[in-house]
Ligand binder design. Sequence first.
Ligand SMILES: NC(=O)c1ccc[n+]([C@@H]2O[C@H](COP(=O)([O-])OP(=O)(O)OC[C@H]3O[C@@H](n4cnc5c(N)ncnc54)[C@H](OP(=O)(O)O)[C@@H]3O)[C@@H](O)[C@H]2O)c1
Length: 286
Amino acid sequence: MEKVVVITGGNSGIGLAMAHQLAARGARVCLACRNQAKAAEARDLILAKTPSARIELYSLDLASFASIRQFASELAGRHDHIDVLINNAGAAPLTQQFTQEGFEMQFGGNYLGPFLLTHLLLPLLQAGVQHKGEARIVNVASIMHMFGRIRPDTFRGMKRYSPGSAYAQSKLANLMFSNALARRLPTGVTSQAMHPGGVDSEIWRDLPRPVYLMLKPFLITPERAGRLGADLALSAEHAGVNGGYYTAQWPRPLSRTARSHEAQDELYAASCELAGIPGLPVVRQG
Ligand SMILES: NC(=O)c1ccc[n+]([C@@H]2O[C@H](COP(=O)([O-])OP(=O)(O)OC[C@H]3O[C@@H](n4cnc5c(N)ncnc54)[C@H](OP(=O)(O)O)[C@@H]3O)[C@@H](O)[C@H]2O)c1
């Protein structure tokens, strides 16, 4: 049976590679992207390599609650269920930027937006469980979470912006959310996280060229990272597996904060308040 997979930021880098592999494995892929011209290019690229691909394009800016809500309702208008949500989109701006709601862009766009989106799409994922017996959420985090600290005083901006700490905080939050969700999701829906590895993608676009060239030999291809994401989304091996953390390029350290239930629950409660949604109760211990 065809699986319906929603992927954020599927028009570039790891997301595009994942989208292609998902489509090649027979999934219907909903590309949720903020840049529609790039999304159409991505669709055409996938179709050129895999003519049987089924791709749908949606507009989504994770730095705007209105856009997230609009996307969730558009998706619900076109699908009575989804099988997989891949929270892949992320950015690492070198200068401080803000979301529509005034959150620092990396906290707001990389973490809080996907947090809200996931909750809004939960009814469609639960309907996926009715249709196919299971549904999955895959969260793209990063090894950089190891350097992250959750600092509520920076959620709305840093006095002295540090792009590295902002990125690390957002990726730690992604991983903590993935783990917090695994203890809260209704039966049949699972939450897994991944570090894609150091991947040669557009995310490095703002780095000075010599720095990028120094890093390049250590970076893996988006296709290699995309394979892991597509496996987590579709493979039988991962059916029913909840709360895992994987990588396409070792090592894969996992910070104490990311594992701490107490820290996860504190961030979860604060995020519900910031996103203006009721939280899910804990239903199992991870
Ligand atoms: N590359 C690495 O080494 C690495 C390592 C660890 C983790 N990651 C994570 O992997 C994920 C994918 O990154 P990538 O390396 O493939 O980078 P990328 O090529 O820059 O792709 C990032 C994607 O996210 C989208 N995006 C960013 N902000 C968005 C927003 N507010 N709303 C909607 N879409 C947004 C981008 O859209 P636009 O095209 O409009 O910019 C783009 O499609 C990210 O979560 C990143 O943190 C990457």
